[in-house]
Design a protein. Structure first.
Ligand SMILES: C[S@@+](CC[C@H](N)C(=O)[O-])C[C@H]1O[C@@H](n2cnc3c(N)ncnc32)[C@H](O)[C@@H]1O
Length: 583
């Protein structure tokens, strides 16, 4: 029997049970369980689906790297969080009492789908998305028999399921997908079509999408849902992070936990864009030889999506983008014949476009421009303060929300007036928080910042002076590792004591660490403000801090955990935790 003739027609839902049928009308598998995904269909494509048994899963198991094992050392790694989310999906969403064993992909199956060039063409129809990951992907559970009868022994598929991760899908979508690479506990899939996109019931509103690259570009996840729903998703991510990594705190909180403050601008807000290109691969060129310049494809491929306009980027960046792109295209074409240069360019590059204020010093007028060199100096004004920093260095990328973030922090500081004399700004970058809040402490108070990047710290000092603050009397910045701040000679000599202090923590995505939290506790500041662009590492660090407190008999009360939507249309959420020392 050829594969085409053995192609499956789909399965029907019969009184809550699932019955599979093959083309001959013979039912070959029945589940006695209710199941969320109806009518899964497998389509064999003669061209790419081999007619031999080459895709049969070998019974001998061959070893090769599996992502889920490789990254499992860091409990807040993306991979580990996905596994925790799959666990939640199995426990709470299916009603099937599934375990990891019921969804485990055996090595032979993983191997069968490993390489894109000989992967079986398996498409599933009417797959229900029932869970949203914190990365913004939809998850579905499909029975293994739905797509592997040609690939696996029947004995290996009975009562077995696959968790399928589908980008650009949301809970409530019924989708058609193509199955791609398998990992131990899930498989990746391409979204081919949303079958119920016209239904008015769900949250999907495709008419809201304003970018013509949305379905393929990995930059945004949520243009197809309204802003209110985006905020709900982000609140649920904060709640999930604490539930997973600091359950003791989560269990004591009410429904406001992780409320999100919206961004005043939901498009055109991004003041930094980093498109990239790769010139060695023909896949990333059009028929005229123009290379793709843009962002990664949403599916796991090496494709770069060509982006000539990005609706979340600021107007100045979008004005500059065509020139920047044209420049790259002509440079690549010019150098194509020159082997040396071609070799140097062969890996491609990442471009940098940064929105900056340009002031006309004669008239005092200013305009927003886009600067594209890594050593350009960017100027930004937030509230009453001006900041300058090298384009290559960190600065917050949505300036419309920053005044609201500062207002919120000021509100927290001013709840207890005149309680704090010092601000310790750890991971201070070019001084944004320390400088902005310098007027919120008494005249005889002081701000002290620490940052590992030499360039950023030089600009923090420059920014303090630019804003009329006396350095180092009123504000002092040092280059160094935040881990060692409280024993740093300059810090000790500054006379700052925990009793009168606020400590701001604003690390990068990987968060802080136990060593820092230990020293923070020994310093015993009155107020701690933890700003985070990765709520999972924030929750982990605060859980560590909680453990350490128990060892030292010191108590901090977590006053608030709140989200700020720095990046509308995307999965990202920024969260701020406020901790107050209990007297
Ligand atoms: C998320 S940024 C925040 C910067 C700044 N607070 C702001 O809002 O502009 C994190 C900063 O931490 C710095 N950093 C990373 N690891 C550090 C460490 N161990 N000690 C001090 N600074 C560090 C990075 O260079 C980066 O500037």
């Amino acid at each position: 029997m050829t594969l085409v003739s053995r192609k499956l027609l789909g399965f029907r839902r019969i009184g809550g049970n699932i019955r599979f049928q093959c083309i001959l009308g013979r039912s070959f598998s029945t589940f006695n369980k209710t199941f969320n995904s109806q009518a899964v269909q497998v389509v064999g494509n003669q061209r790419s689906f081999p007619t031999s048994n080459s895709h049969r899963v070998p019974k001998t198991i061959k070893k090769y790297p599996k992502r889920s094992k490789r990254d499992s050392t860091d409990k807040t790694s993306r991979e580990n969080i996905l596994l925790l989310e799959i666990n939640e999906l199995l426990n709470e969403y299916t009603g099937l009492n599934l375990t990891f064993d019921s969804i485990r992909n055996i090595d032979g199956l993983i191997e069968t789908f490993l390489h894109s060039w000989n992967r079986p063409n398996v498409e599933l129809n009417d797959v229900d998305i029932i869970f949203q990951t914190s990365e913004g992907d939809g998850l579905a559970i499909v029975p293994k028999s739905a797509y592997t009868t040609e690939i696996m022994d029947k004995s290996l598929i009975d009562d077995k399921y696959t968790v399928v991760k589908v980008p650009k899908s949301i809970v409530g979508d019924k989708v058609k997908v193509k199955i791609l690479r398998h990992y131990e506990l899930y498989a990746e899939a391409n979204l081919i079509k949303v079958l119920n996109s016209r239904s008015s019931d769900g949250n999907r509103k495709d008419e809201l999408v304003i970018c013509d690259k949305f379905s393929t570009c990995s930059g945004c996840q949520f243009q197809m849902i309204n802003y209110e729903e985006q905020l709900k998703f982000k609140k649920s991510v904060i709640q999930r992070a604490y539930k997973l990594f600091f359950p003791k705190l989560f269990s004591t909180y009410n429904e406001d936990f992780g409320n999100i403050i919206e961004s005043p601008m939901q498009y055109a807000y991004r003041t930094k864009l980093t498109p990239h290109y790769e010139i060695s691969s023909n896949k990333n060129k059009d028929k005229n030889g123009n290379i793709n310049i843009g962002f990664n494809h949403v599916n796991p491929t090496k494709l770069t999506i060509d982006v000539d306009y990005c609706p979340i980027a600021s107007p100045a960046i979008n004005r500059a983008l065509p020139h920047v792109r044209a420049n790259v295209q002509s440079k690549v074409k010019e150098t194509q014949e020159d082997l040396n240069i071609k070799k140097r360019l062969s890996k491609g590059a990442t471009l940098l476009l940064r929105d900056s204020i340009r002031i006309n010093h004669l008239t005092g007028e200013h305009e927003r421009v886009c600067l594209t060199k890594y050593n350009n100096i960017i100027t930004e004004k937030i509230g009453d303060f001006v900041f300058q920093f090298p384009a290559s260095e960190f600065f917050q990328n949505n300036n419309s929300i920053l005044p609201h973030v500062l207002d919120y922090i000021r509100f927290q500081i001013n709840k207890k007036q005149n309680s704090y004399k010092y601000i310790v700004d750890t991971y201070c970058g070019s001084g944004f928080f320390g400088i902005s809040l310098s007027k919120d402490i008494p005249e005889d108070g002081k701000v002290f910042g620490i940052e590992v990047s030499k360039l950023s710290i030089e600009h923090a000092i420059h920014n303090a002076k630019l804003n009329g603050l006396s350095v180092p009397e009123k504000i002092q910045f040092i280059e160094g590792n935040a881990n060692a701040i409280f024993t740093n000679k300059d810090f000790v000599n500054s006379g700052i004591i925990g009793d009168d202090s606020i400590v701001i923590i604003d690390p990068s995505r990987k968060g802080s660490n136990r060593k820092f939290m230990q020293q923070l506790l020994e310093f015993k500041p009155k107020l701690i403000i933890y700003v985070s662009c990765n709520v999972f590492t924030q929750a982990r660090d605060l859980a560590d801090f909680d453990d350490i407190q128990a060892e030292h008999n010191i108590r901090y009360k977590i006053q608030d955990i709140i989200g700020f939507d720095f990046f509308p249309q995307t999965k990202h959420v920024e969260s701020i935790a406020i901790l107050e020392l209990e007297e």
